[in-house]
Design a protein around this ligand. Sequence first.
Ligand code: GLU
Length: 468
Amino acid sequence: MADRPVRTRIAPSPTGMMHIGTARTALFNWLYARHTGGTFLLRIEDTDRERSTEAAVQVIFDGLKWLGLEADEEPVFQFVRADRHREVVEDLLARGQAYRDYMTPEELEAERERARAEGRVVQSPWRDAAPEDAPDRPFVVRLKSPLEGETIVNDAVKGEVRFQNSQLDDLILLRTDGTPTYNLAVVVDDHDMGITHVIRGDDHLNNAARQTLIYNAMGWEVPVWAHLPLIHGPDGAKLSKRHGAQSVTDFAAMGYLPETMRNYLAKLGWGHGDDEIFSDEQAIAWFDIYDVVGAPARLDWAKLNHLNNHYIRQAEPARLAKLVEEVLASRDWTLEAGDIAVIERTIPFVRDGAKTVVDLADAVVFALKRRPLELPEKAKAAMTEEMVGRLSRLRDTLAAQPHWDVPTLEAAIRAFAEQEGVGIGKFGPQLRAVLSGGAPAPDLAGTMTALTREETLARLDDALSPSA
Ligand code: GLU
């Protein structure tokens, strides 16, 4: 395969959701294709007609798009290729590499029993029957697999995996209704798509042996196999819904950024030394499928959150503001004119502490509140005459500041406390309550800068002379 340009693919079955393991498989295929200057393809394995709805297919397109892992060519749909799959089976029959098996369901059941008792795989009496003996009744087509020797799957991740041919029964290629089986379809499609490297979950390792036999029977070049270990939850069990998130949609809804997911998923089973944070360009430059480790990878929420915080701090506020808007919309909160600008302005002051876009949405709520703000009970009670007097003087001090930025406001507050002969603790919490209405807010200078001079003073005025 070394002499052909690399072509990889992701071949999901539409199930209605895109598992994060599928996302990781897509990423590794994409990284390897990019690393080698090859091509990354998408095949929709839509042979299960019940599950393969248009919506379920769309989930895959949307998931890949969100992840930033779109295929380089138009997607291939498996179901519509059934004639081509049958054509290959005709070819195999003509070459004597496959045969029609006329066993009835009862005969097959009896043979299964015998095979079990004798500790061998099912063997059809039709394997070596003469064509003129063929009865007129339904049949399946089976691959005429070698009876002896072994099939070696030379896996880029797992190493050399050996299968005894005597343990592999003659694989069904076409069912009695003429529909192609899964293993046949995958081989024909991968061959026709020119796939050089099959990178997928290790639940398909056994299929690789069977698929190798089909490649050999057709005289086709076997692709490089790379079977990836599954992703486990923090407790070591296969990742499922009960770990809090399972699908690409789940992670997106929890407020993780796609670049976080790419970086994090790349670390699940692969890595570059101790590097925790790397760009797509670095991952592409460094990635090699032969460096993937065979042990299952565990999801680590703390690491994921740490990475997401990093990328949230790097992202353009305008982009984050749109994502925050989506989070708020999911809470039936419709923004008004100007709100998006408020969010964008506030983000730089709150994002350092945000692990997710959902955190970010919670953190900008204070700035979106409409005047007059409803103060928490405790803050209402703390509005003594003395406090009103002090906050009024503070208001005038603030209004007189030549600039409205964090250093200026920090200095102004410090100087004001000194002048009043009290610690900032005597009025700071009350000022914060007045400005935020009790919602989480950054430090005082950050809060005031995010709010702007006009809004800060207006909120103070509201609290100092509440209208009846
Ligand atoms: N359709 C299979 C799945 O969803 C993948 C088959 C393959 O990658 O060869 O698990």
